[in-house]
Design a protein. Structure first.
Lengths: 1178, 418
């Protein structure tokens, strides 16, 4: 019963009430106008709609009554004629559209919304609403968000048809593209790119390019989505789009990865070279990408791997060719042993020709990283991984996918259908893998027929000597099924088992013969056809069966079966010499009533008998041929004529008649019963093309394995190489160009790039043009820095040594430890001056390097980190020398440096993680998450007291903000808590309780410390989401005996995390955060902090920000002297809401300076200004 | 990828269409209708059809065909899985997925479809993200909306899409914090005539209903995780921890979701809770047959078997049945030839029995095959595999949630051949 019917039964008042509830059904909305403003216009609209409403009621009650919705059909038909011009029932249509227009023109949002809802409902039903376009498009700038959304829906649907009018809306979207809110930017781009209007292609192109370098990953994702849209609109743009794709492929966020690969597949799937640099990153990100993206990426990587790696089964495939087709894989242990033996032999054979196969580590990386996805809840992901394993994995490893695929068989029947098709193909190649799951393919009487038939196919493919008896027993049950199509398929399956497995041939044949007495004709017919095929294999043994079948001609009416019997008798007439002529006699009698294929076989039989036994059958044959001569079917007439000439010797008969016997009674090879799924695996499994067994549009062929592996080093990320040349050039160009400590900032910039470099080696690379050009200047700075280091140092030594020393050496040690990992060559030099611990850490880093890169190597990494600390004192002592030496070394390095020889380079970013996964978690949050690690000067961590020794009765607790991303929740600030037990007794079960928070705040408690022995210390990390405010987090710190009320209040500078941006980006963003969001203060810098380094140091200590490299800045790159009044910029984002925080310190004459803070959150901005001011002036 | 979507009802009306790329005429569905005619049973329509210019991939659920038109190569499962996700979303939003409800909420449906796909590629399929953007309808809100002119579209922007836990919306608040887990196991089995098990396995699923404030981090551990052979998880589950510690660690989505599904290791023998003694025979000569079915408890672990039901698809020749049941009720649908015997609770003292005669169409040949029996049953508070949840811990939030675990065993595809 439809709602309409329900309504009809209700009293009028009730109707109104319910109508308000059910606001979407079209007919009902008319009655709602009383709720709306009752001005004149509305009234007419209300009245005018009456007849229309009635019509609607009629048609929808018709649908509800189960009448097949004929009303609807009718409506559609007339509509398609031309928007309401025709049909009598449609005279109200234009009227209604007028009313909708009026509603859209009104200034009431509710009316507009109402109208839009109805229009969308029309679109949904496939009705034409295009004539409303002008009225709708006016509302594109409407404030009401729902109206706006519906207008977008309308626009996207009709813009293509009304291109000129659609242009009116473009400016709105262009404005939206500039909106500070990323979600609005994204949605504007989305709609703009969905409007298929050719004229705006340049605008779209521009918008996409801009969005591709947007700092919000969500906007970048939208840009990736827009690429195929633009491409389909104007393929001419391909080259430009490829550039954008290349750039987006380098993106490190999981949000973008799936979408950009999708764009890649649609626009330029042939440009496989674009993947090289991103391959490892994609592999590593894969697990965190959303499920749809995973499918696309996996499919693409399968293709990629086929072009780049060697066939892991190369030895086996040789063997297979030699060993014959009937070999089983892992059929049993024995078999496996056999296999192994054979393998060994084969290896021995091939060894001479081939070097042993070694899997490319990147190949291994792909297999390893996709394996967990077999556990996905999404069938498409599981299938994608399965096909990847099938096409790429070594034979011994393919087995893992079987279990997952069998699991999918429990899913919806459509999923089963597709999975079974693929399993069927797989079972032909790799039978062993599914053998343990044989029973999962057993058929239930409730399965849909198409599923039954596919399962049967799989069972047949799985049949071998060991399990055939079980399978046949199972088939026996199926033959009795009521589903006749299925029975016929079963009989065929039995036939195939019988041909493939010699042992059971007789059993099968006997079983099939029994079926000949089945009451169902279809079953009998199918059996006859199959028996015919089987008999062909060994006819001499089975003359009794042939006799039996000859008798069946009286009963069987199915033409195919009759034809088969006749053919059999004719073919083997020498085995049944007595019966054959008799059969011919009977057939001659009924000839005229037979089907065409039967007639043909009768002629055939007659001819064969004539040749073998002309005495008995001569007259019969002539009779049959005469009948055939006048048949209606020309095939039969032709055949009769041809055969007569051939077999009946006349004076005119040509040379051919001599060979008649040879022609007719030649030995025919037995048919091979093959699976229809044979050789389907040349299509990529899981693809549409595979399913249809025909190439679908846009299908990318799965390439064959290459003979020799292409250079694996293409996947190495080339940053080091680039550094080498560019920095060399740069150095020549600008020899002495700027103050050496151009700052520690510059240095940390360099470390940053070192960082991202090593990252990229581990898979998440920073290939993007941007970041390169961004770090370019840093790199060169690094080089020049070391040269100038000394001068500058001497100059400023006196007054700056103290403030400088600590942080510098800090960041240096950090940097060097990182560099060591990359450049072990340097070690010999360095270790001369360095302490043991240093070289130790180096050897360690080396070992970690040689390890296959993996999540496991985080352990050495951690160790290395610890080692970093002991090496510090050594550094301190030799600081001066060190610097000197370092300068030389870095020169050498840059010259000699080769890209890391092994493709695996350990990720150096030890700060982030204890496993690669968490590493990547960090990545997925936002691209900024990576940066902070190196920037945070760990020595500068300021400790705050949480619990004093005295109030804590011996337990003292301090906390500091570690400035590391909090792993489990990106929105939290990591707080490191140090416990010191100063008492004489042990403290037990130290934990948090009763957390009292302001609304919105969240705390991730530190894990309970079970025991803190007297005099010991312990450290724990907790996460607090302060919601971008400096509110305190109050909680109780509990020991086994006592509870202490404590609170943590963050300095405003800790509520943010560094964010890396280029100077241009910075300026752009700053431009958008003017007015209320900008706070400026003038100040006089403290005497001690007038140089660059000090300023940077002070600011980054006060707030967790990152320096914006001034590489492209004019003031910096102008040749000496250094800019007189440099400007320092810092950027970050607040932890919870990711609002940008931009800090600018512009120095002026005489230590004067101007501090500017731009931040969306004004409170944060104000507080930050105070803090930084304090830091710089003290 | 997916170009257009058509929703088609049982009788072949296209009641909704949505295009993500250029409009594809609905006449493309004619190819589908042709195939549907041919297949007779809607279940037998091939999910993938090829037409001259398009490929049609369809699913059939809740008496609706979801038909998508596609122009280029795309993994079929990708589309099928997505279409089911669409169906799930409707179910989630409207409580059911039927033609009426879709027609009633056509605007919301349209808005949902708009958000779920962008240019044919899935954009937001997580229910929590969608709900942030488009609020599900409820009566109260509709009333308020019409009075105030409010709307169903959320005013907040969907921040969920940006977070690293896209399945959970931010700022969840509840006064009662509860987390319920239902461990539901289904026995799939085929028993042959003599009662021996041809094939049996246990499929389990853990359905969760979590209503917890804030951003809780849950850890669910089992007494005997070794039992689980093959598992698949909701994306929220941390796979690494499962691999290393065999615990489920996750930040749950808000509301109802399927946490994991699993299969019990096939080495274990599957306990079959009931046995069936049956004797169905059709007399060769006469136009009648006999039926005698008795069901008794087998391995029930001391629990009561409830909701016992036997469904028999009779051969077409059976006209009427004349049966008496010692317990429960039985019905025979003359049109579909389905005999349903609803037994209810199984009483071990007095075994339920159904016997009587079947009258056949005169002159029709004796059916060769006896119909198989499909058994349905339920056992409360028992996971037949023996799986037990040992504990649930919550981190990240300070309150104490109410936790509950329920077990249920059901018959899945439980078939007795006769």
């Amino acid at each position: 019963m439809t709602t309409m019917q329900r309504l009809l039964q209700l009293p009028v008042n009730a109707v109104n009430m319910v109508k308000t509830v059910q606001s979407q059904v079209q007919g009902q909305e008319e009655a709602k106008s009383p709720v709306l403003t009752p001005d004149g216009a509305q009234q007419t609209w209300y009245n005018a709609l009456q007849p229309d409403e009635l019509r609607h009621l009629r048609s929808s009650s018709g649908t509800g009554g189960g009448g097949g919705g004929s009303g609807d059909q009718e409506e559609r038909a007339t509509l398609e004629e031309g928007g309401g011009g025709g049909g009598g029932s449609f005279q109200t249509q234009p009227l209604r559209h007028d009313d909708l227009k009026e509603m859209l023109d009104s200034n009431k949002d509710s009316l507009k919304l109402e109208a839009m809802k109805r229009i969308v409902a029309m679109i949904a039903r496939g009705k034409n609403a295009s004539d409303l376009f002008p009225a709708v498009v006016k509302n594109v700038a409407c404030k009401n968000i729902e109206v706006k959304k519906l207008v977008y829906v309308y626009l996207v649907r009709y813009a293509e048809e009304q291109q000129d009018l659609a242009l009116l809306s473009i400016s709105t979207f262009q404005r939206g593209l500039k909106d500070p809110n990323q979600l609005i930017r994204a949605s504007a781009l989305r709609v703009l790119s969905s409007i298929r209007v050719t004229i705006i292609v340049p605008i779209m192109m521009l918008a996409i390019k801009e969005a591709a370098s947007d700092m919000s990953p969500y906007v970048r994702k939208t840009a990736a989505h827009a690429i195929p849209k633009l491409y389909s609109l104007d393929p001419e743009q391909k080259d430009q789009l490829i550039e954008v794709i290349e750039k987006l492929l380098a993106d490190k966020t999981t949000l973008v990865a799936g979408s950009v690969v999708m764009a890649f597949e649609e626009v330029c799937p042939e440009r496989i070279d674009l993947i090289h640099k991103n391959y490892r990153k994609l592999c590593n990100l894969l697990i965190d990408v959303e499920e749809w993206g995973q499918v696309v990426i996996i499919n693409m990587l399968t293709r990629y791997a086929r072009t780049q790696f060697l066939n892991p089964n190369i030895n086996e495939s040789l063997l297979e060719e030699g060993g014959g087709g009937d070999k089983k894989f892992y059929a049993s242990d024995e078999d496996e042993d056999e296999d192994e033996e054979k393998d060994k032999k084969a290896e021995a054979v091939t060894m001479a020709k081939r070097k042993p196969y070694v899997m490319d580590p990147d190949h291994r990386l792909l297999l390893r990283n996709t394996k967990p996805l077999l556990q996905s809840r999404n069938a498409a992901v599981v299938m994608a991984v399965a096909q990847l394993y099938f096409h790429l994995a070594p034979k011994a490893e393919v087995g893992v996918i079987a279990k997952a695929l069998v699991r999918l068989l429990r899913s919806h029947s459509e999923v089963q259908y597709v999975v079974l098709q693929n399993v069927a193909t797989m079972t032909i190649k790799r039978r062993g893998m599914f053998e343990p799951y044989l029973k999962s393919f057993y058929i239930r009487s409730t399965d849909p027929t198409q599923i039954k038939i596919l399962k049967l196919e799989v069972l047949t493919n799985l049949a071998n000597e060991t399990n055939i008896s079980t399978i046949l027993r199972e088939f026996q049950t199926y033959i009795k099924s009521m589903d006749k199509d299925f029975v016929a398929a079963t009989i065929q399956a039995i036939g195939r088992c019988a041909t493939n497995i010699g042992e059971v041939r007789d059993t099968c044949l006997n079983g099939l013969v029994q079926l000949l007495s089945n009451r169902d004709e279809l079953v009998v017919a199918e059996s006859v056809v199959v028996i015919k095929k089987l008999l062909q294999m060994q006819p001499e043994k089975h003359s009794d069966i042939i006799k039996h079948m000859a008798k069946l001609t009286d009963n069987i009416q199915v033409p195919m079966a009759r034809a088969s019997i006749l053919w059999l008798i004719g073919e083997y007439c020498e085995h049944v010499p007595k019966i054959a002529p008799d059969v011919l006699r009977k057939m001659a009698k009924s000839f005229t009533n037979e089907e065409d294929i039967v007639k043909l076989q009768i002629i055939n039989l007659a001819a064969k008998l004539y040749l073998t036994n002309s005495k008995q059958t001569k007259l019969l044959t002539q009779y049959v041929l005469n009948l055939a001569k006048y048949d209606q079917n020309y095939d039969i007439r032709d055949r009769a004529r041809f055969i007569r000439q051939l077999i009946v010797p006349t004076e005119k008969s040509g040379a051919l008649s001599k060979y008649a016997k040879k022609l007719f009674l030649a030995l025919k090879p037995a048919p091979v019963l093959e699976s229809p799924f044979k050789d389907r695996d040349h299509f990529q499994l899981g693809s549409l093309s595979h399913l249809l067994n025909a190439k679908a549009g846009g299908y990318q062929e799965l390439p064959d394995w290459p003979e020799a592996a292409p250079d694996p080093s293409v996947r190495n990320v080339e940053v080091p190489e680039w550094t080498k040349c560019s920095s060399r050039e740069k150095r020549k160009e600008k020899k002495v160009e700027k103050p050496f400590y151009s700052d520690s900032e510059g240095e940390s910039g360099a470390t940053e790039s070192a960082d991202s470099e090593s990252d990229s080696a581990s898979g998440s690379e920073s290939g993007s043009e941007d970041s390169r050009s961004g770090s370019e200047s840093d790199e060169s700075k690094e080089a020049s820095e070391s040269e100038e280091e000394e001068e500058e140092d001497l100059k400023t030594k006196k007054n700056k040594e103290k403030p400088l020393k600590k942080p510098v050496q800090e960041s240096e040690s950090e940097q060097s430890s990182e560099e060591e990992v990359r450049k072990p060559e340097r070690k010999s030099k360095q270790s001369k001056s360095d302490s043991e611990s240093e070289s130790e850490s180096e050897s360690e880093s080396e070992s970690s390097e040689s390890e296959s890169e993996d999540s496991e190597d985080s352990e050495p990494e951690l160790k290395k980190k610890k080692k970093g600390a002991p090496s510090k004192p050594a550094f301190k002592a030799t600081k001066k020398d060190n610097k000197k030496e370092k300068k030389e070394m870095s020169l050498l390095d840059l010259d000699d440096f080769e890209p890391a020889p092994s493709p695996q380079v350990t990720p150096v970013n030890s700060f982030l993680s204890n496993s690669l996964v968490t590493d990547l978690e960090g990545l997925s949050l936002s691209d900024s998450a990576l940066m902070p690690a190196t920037i945070a000067p760990s020595s500068a961590l300021k400790s705050y007291e949480l619990l004093h020794r005295i109030t804590g009765e011996g337990l003292s607790v301090e906390y500091c903000f570690s400035r590391q991303p909090f792993i489990t929740d990106a929105n939290m600030v990591a707080v490191q808590v140090h416990f010191t037990n100063n008492s004489t007794s042990d403290t037990k079960s130290l934990h948090m309780e009763d957390v009292k928070l302001q609304s919105g705040m969240r705390v991730k408690e530190f894990p309970e410390i079970e025991l803190l022995p007297a005099g010991e210390t312990a450290t724990a990390v907790m996460g607090i989401d302060f919601c971008d405010s400096t509110q305190t987090a109050n909680f109780q710190l509990c020991t086994h005996t006592r509870k202490f009320f404590v609170s943590i209040q963050p300095p405003v500078g800790e509520l943010m995390r560094p964010f890396f941006m280029t100077e241009n980006e910075f300026k752009k963003e700053q431009g958008q955060l003017m007015g209320m969001n900008e706070i400026t203060e003038k100040l006089i810098l403290d005497v001690k902090c007038r140089n660059e380094h000090a300023i940077v140091q002070k600011v980054t200590t006060a707030a967790n920000l990152s320096r914006v490299p001034c590489g492209s800045d004019k003031e910096c790159s102008t040749p000496p002297p250094p800019p007189k009044y440099p400007v320092y910029r810092f950027a970050g984002r607040t932890v919870t809401s990711s609002s940008l925080v931009l800090v600018t310190v512009a120095t002026k004459d005489q230590g004067a300076a101007q501090l500017t803070v731009n931040c969306e959150k004004m409170v944060i901005g104000t507080m930050l200004v105070k803090d930084i001011l304090l830091a710089l002036t003290q | 990828m997916i170009d257009s979507l058509f929703l088609i009802n049982h009788s072949g009306d296209i009641f909704l269409e949505k295009h993500w790329k250029s409009v594809i005429s609905r006449s493309v569905c004619d190819y589908f209708f042709e195939a549907k005619e041919k297949a007779v049973d809607p279940e037998n329509v091939a999910p993938v059809l090829q037409t001259p210019h398009h490929y049609l991939i369809s699913i059939y659920r809740d008496k609706i065909f979801f038909l998508s038109a596609i122009q280029t190569e795309v993994p079929p499962l990708f589309v099928i899985e997505f279409l089911h996700r669409v169906g799930d979303t409707f179910l989630d939003y409207f409580g059911e997925c039927s033609e009426t409800v879709i027609k009633d909420n056509v605007v919301i449906v349209y808005e949902l479809l708009e958000e779920m796909l962008d240019n044919g590629f899935p954009l937001a399929t997580e229910s929590n993200v969608l709900k942030e953007m488009i609020k599900p309808p409820n009566i109260l809100r509709s009333v308020v909306n019409t009075l105030t002119g409010g709307s169903n579209v959320g005013n907040t922007l969907p921040t969920g899409q940006l977070s690293n836990v896209p399945w959970r919306r931010a700022g969840v608040k509840y006064t009662n914090n509860e987390a319920y887990f239902d461990v539901i196991e289904e026995i799939d089995a085929i028993l042959d005539k003599s009662g021996t098990t041809v094939f049996a396995e246990i499929q389990g699923v853990i359905e969760a209903c979590v209503r917890l404030t804030g951003m809780p981090d849950l850890t669910l551990s089992f007494m005997n995780p070794r039992l689980l052979d093959d598992v698949s998880f909701h994306p929220c589950v941390r796979f690494k921890r499962w691999e290393s510690e065999r615990v489920l660690s996750f930040i749950p989505p808000d509301g109802n979701f399927t946490l994991m599904s699993y299969q019990v290791s096939s080495q274990n023998l599957v306990a079959i809770p009931v046995y069936v003694k049956q004797n169905i025979s059709f007399l060769e000569a006469g136009s009648c047959g006999r039926l005698d079915i008795t069901i008794g408890p087998k391995q029930t672990m001391g629990k009561t078997v409830e909701g016992l039901m036997v469904t028999v698809h009779m051969p077409k020749a059976v006209l009427t049945v004349n049966l008496t049941a010692t317990q429960g009720t039985h019905t025979y649908d003359l049109a579909t030839k389905v005999l349903v015997w609803d037994i209810g609770k199984l009483n071990p003292q007095k075994l339920p029995n159904l016997r009587g005669s079947l009258s056949m169409q005169p002159g029709a040949p004796k059916p060769e095959e006896n119909p198989s029996l499909n058994i349905d049953l339920k056992i409360q508070q028992l996971a037949i595999s023996g799986l037990k949840v040992s504990r649930l811990d919550m981190y990240g939030e300070k309150y104490k949630p109410f936790k509950g675990v329920k077990y249920l065993t059901k018959a899945g595809k439980f078939q007795v051949r006769t």
